[in-house]
Design a protein around this ligand. Sequence first.
Ligand code: ATP
Length: 843
Amino acid sequence: MKTYPTVTPLILILIQWSGGAGSLSMLVRTILIDKKPEEVPLLVESLLGKVVEEFEHRLASQYEVMKTTSTDITASNFNKPLSEPISGDKKMEEKNIKMMKKDDCSHRSITNDELKDQSLKLQMILNKQQRDIQVLKHTIDATKADMQHMQTKFHEEFNNLGMNIHGLAHAASGYHRVLEENRKLYNQVQDLKGSIRVYCRVRPFLSERSSYVSTVEHIEDGNITISTPSKYGKGCKSFTFNKVFGQSVTQAEVFSDMQPLIRSVLDGYNVCIFAYGQTGSGKTYTMVGPKDLTEKNQGVNYRALGDLFVLAEKRKDNFRYDVAVQMIEIYNEQVRDLLVIDGSNKRLEIHNSSQTGLNVPDASLMPVSSTSDVIDLMNLGQRNRAVGATALNDRSSRSHRYPLFSFSFFNNIWSRNILCSQTKTCLITCSCLTVHVQGKDLTSGTILRGCMHLVDLAGSERVNKSEVTGGRLKEAQHINKSLSALGDVIASLAQKNTHVPYRNSKLTQLLQDSLGGQAKTLMFVHISPEPDALAETISTLKFAERVATVELGAAQVNKDTADVKQLKEQIASLKAALARKEGETEESRHSISHTDCSEKYITSSDLFPFTPNHRVGDMLVARQLMGDVGNIEARANSMSRQEKQSFSLDELLTNSPPWPPVISPTQNFRDDEKESGSGEWVDKVMVNKQDNINRVGSPLGCWEAENENSPDVFYPKYLQNSSKIYQEQSSCNMFMGGNRFNIANINDIDDLDVSTSHLSEPDFLWQFDQSKLSCITNGIGIGSKTKKTPSKSTSTPERSKKAYPMSGPSPSRKLGNGVGQPLHRNGRQPFPAETKRKIGSRK
Ligand SMILES: Nc1ncnc2c1ncn2[C@@H]1O[C@H](COP(=O)(O)OP(=O)(O)OP(=O)(O)O)[C@@H](O)[C@H]1O
């Protein structure tokens, strides 16, 4: 192939000019312009050959350069951290690119060697970057693997945590369940022990004293801490109760805590709730409510009754409940009926028969069927206080009043006393609302009897005699006496003394069944938060703590099942038969007529005038009607004697005596007189009675145990006519219930003891027991009674009717039947001096 001598310089020119396409084509044209066409291919071929050769050469040299420089670069970069080379390389790359561009721009001065070097360098960089990329990929893969591992681990741990939390939540709920169970068990233990429950309530500051600093430091569950200045010691005193309610606790919250207690009344328990605390500490507020009474701020009384009615309604398919109410007050050691409608200021007596709750049997017992009935009755009670004020030296109510009445707050008793003397108001020891409930199980016929005493006490502060005079002094002294007596009773009970001085005041007599009986008892202790009440607050809380330690023994339900009823009847008739037999052998030795006794016994029906069909508004009508009913009572009784093994409430209602009982003027004897007769002895008897109750659980067991331990001579005395008595009694009192009443009266020796010793007991008990005592003391038995018994027991209904001509309203009327002797001034049949003496000798 022919080569042209101009080719090499041409190529060089070409290369130099290769930066621009336009200039290259110009150059080609310049070279080829003077050439012949046939020379052009050869020229081009030669030119291209030269170009290829030149490039091969240059590539080879560049390859050499790259080889040497790459080893240098690898060696120098070997130990550098991963990120560095990358960024370094990047920089270098960028730099190279820039350089290349620069080279490209500066163009044509670049030699082939340089190009080779550059391409080699680029290659090296490329390789290195590829290696780095591989390393990075590995790192990312490893990191990803790590991440996944961590994620799975995290999920696992998260699940574990969830499970743990779930477990903890379960444990926590279990813990709460256990706590709740513990609380219930604790309460059950408390119930079994019969501990008096104590709830403490702190009154909020009244508006005029809102800036005061509270003495209540801290309240938590059942603990209350009172801050005390140094003179009281440590600076803080803590007290523990079943529950403590702070200042902001509402009436509804307070009630909800005691609701179960109130409901147990429907289950046949006796319940007593009494409010204690210094004057103005909120006792009446808790028990009744404030003067501007609304549904929201109603106190325990209204709520309790409302609840009873609601529950009774709910249970109406299974139970039929009858509810009746009594309202009394104790003023200057006199018990007064607040539900009388004839304005009479009759004084009442307190009897302690722990089974019925009818502690004041002579007080009006008003049937109610709704809360509004109760409100009506409370209003009536209030009006009666006003009536009482005239009769009792213009006295009117003290501050614990019922809805119609209001009384402004006074911080202490002194200011109250001043007010009392200015307004001629008075200080009463306590007011008591008693709710009696009798339920009949419609399927089994079981009778449940429960009662609830709601007692609002006088302010607990002591009155200094020197600061008050006249009527106020007397009232204050009575309050002092009553509250001290309450303190003594609590102290005796707390120390489990055998003798408990219940009879030291009317208040303790009234509360006897609740403090020492089978009742469930709750004391609401109230305190004021003001610093100037601190001394009273501390002493109130100390007293309350002592009350909390009193253990009464398990509360017992007042229930007569059909089986027990039947058994009792059988036992009663067997005992009666036995008594008759024994009585026949001794009849010549007895002078006291048992027949008389029986008749008087029957007259006790006066004590239970409750007729559930009456309503407050119908009282007058009811009285009238009952007066008429009284005439047919004897006939009804005699009929029941013939057929009776069970009785119905309707029958009782028909046979109920006139209502209310007419109190003989002679019954208003002085308490002092009456109390001088027995006093302490009764307390002891009551303690023995309690012991007996504790020893023998069931009424039947109690009955038998007592009879076992008693001299045999007891039985003929009051059992010979027991079938008769039993039958007649069964119609006397729907609350008592026929069998229970009989067993209690015929066989419960201690009850009889008490009634005997307690000269204020109803005639029937008194007379009955008198015979018993004569029996004991003379060792004669009951011959004379037995003597009359056969003829009695065979008497016809007509004869029976004749035998009870005075089954009217009062003992005095009944005793006016010509059977016997003139009445004692208290309306009782007097008894032989010898018997009296013997009663005394039993003290
Ligand atoms: N929890 C309470 N919330 C609001 N006000 C209350 C509360 N407790 C008591 N009060 C108010 O305090 C004042 C005195 O209360 P209350 O008459 O009930 O005291 P008390 O202890 O019954 O007094 P007394 O011994 O004179 O009968 C009343 O004005 C009453 O409304």
